[in-house]
Design a protein around this ligand. Structure first.
Ligand SMILES: [Zn+2]
Length: 314
């Protein structure tokens, strides 16, 4: 992951996996119009735009959420939060009205979207969509093959993951907290992408900053759940007890590594998976962290965003 700065204010991260695959021309069939006139095929170029936000680069002004928050239920007025999305879109070079947000509820549900979903969760409420479960049950992953549809997931310690198959021009995004991680949301997102034309050998995944092994203490029931579901091979790698920890007899868990392993098991090439090395809790000056907030700010914190879009080049 590469850290980016903009005028010394906005700070975000990008993955070089996506930077190396900028533009993919594709013949788009926009042939027959309503009068029956055949316009043939045109060459459409898109550019992969993406980024993982920090807590800097917006217009928030509540002390515990720094100046950039993407959460709608953290005590900030909605207009300010919405403006933060616009700031982030501008920073990434994404159209301001292209974004749509997952209604995250720690499911393993992945929604395939197109241009009809633009603005969802921002200017367009979930309730207005025909599929009522979007509002009621929520979903934590996205897939699309439509250009100018910017997928947004939010996190503050949970793992945000962005996906792109540059060859078949399919993108995805998911939010993997511990429930989503053990439930397999990352692989579910890959499957949803493949259902609309992606191929596993071409999919690249960027796993963003999240709470690290260092700071993610869990209880025995948590460990048992992972062991029961994912098996010893994965758990031997992602769980650790250590004298270095505040409570040496308690397990610590590495959710980012877990998602990396699960994506490899799902068929992604190891060299196509980029993993952030930053712990959100250790670097709370840069990131929103739920764990840090529970310890030091009475749980008050904002949310960060991760976004990916195939933006058309005019
Ligand atoms: Zn840490």
């Amino acid at each position: 992951m590469m850290i980016r700065h903009d005028n010394g204010r906005a700070v975000w991260f990008t993955s070089s996996l996506f930077d190396n695959v900028r533009s993919y021309p594709q013949l788009v069939d926009n042939s027959v119009d309503k009068h029956g006139t055949d316009h043939g095929k045109t060459l459409q170029k898109v550019e992969i735009k993406h980024g993982f936000s920090t807590k800097h680069g917006g217009i928030s002004h509540l002390p515990y959420i720094s100046d950039l928050n993407f959460g709608f239920s953290v005590g900030e007025d909605r207009a300010t939060t919405v403006e933060n999305y616009r700031c982030f879109a501008r920073t990434l070079g994404i159209g301001e009205n292209h974004m749509l947000c997952a209604n995250q509820t720690h499911t393993t549900r992945v929604l395939t979207v197109d241009e009809a979903y633009r603005g969802m969760g921002l200017s367009v409420p979930y309730e207005t969509f025909p599929d009522k479960t979007l509002a009621d049950e929520g979903f934590d992953g996205f897939a699309t093959r439509t250009p100018d549809v910017a997928l947004v997931v939010r996190a503050a310690d949970c793992v945000p993951i962005l996906f792109c198959d540059p060859v078949n021009r399919v993108i995805g995004a998911c939010h993997a907290g511990w429930r989503g991680t053990v439930g397999g949301i990352a692989a579910e997102t890959v499957d949803a992408m493949c259902a609309i034309g992606a191929e596993k050998q071409h999919i690249r995944a960027a796993i963003g900053h999240a709470v690290g092994l260092c700071c993610y203490e869990v209880d025995d029931a948590f460990y048992e759940t992972f062991l029961h579901t994912l098996g010893k091979e994965v758990c031997n790698v992602i769980f650790r007890k250590s004298e270095e920890y505040e409570n040496p007899d308690r397990w610590h868990c590495d959710l980012r590594t877990c998602n990396r392993m699960l994506l490899e098991n799902a068929g992604l090439a190891p060299e196509h998976i980029d993993v952030s090395e930053h712990c959100t809790c250790c670097h709370n000056e840069l990131f929103h962290s739920h764990r840090y907030a529970m310890k030091y700010t009475g749980g008050k914190r904002g949310l960060m965003a991760a976004c990916i879009s195939m933006e058309t080049i005019k």
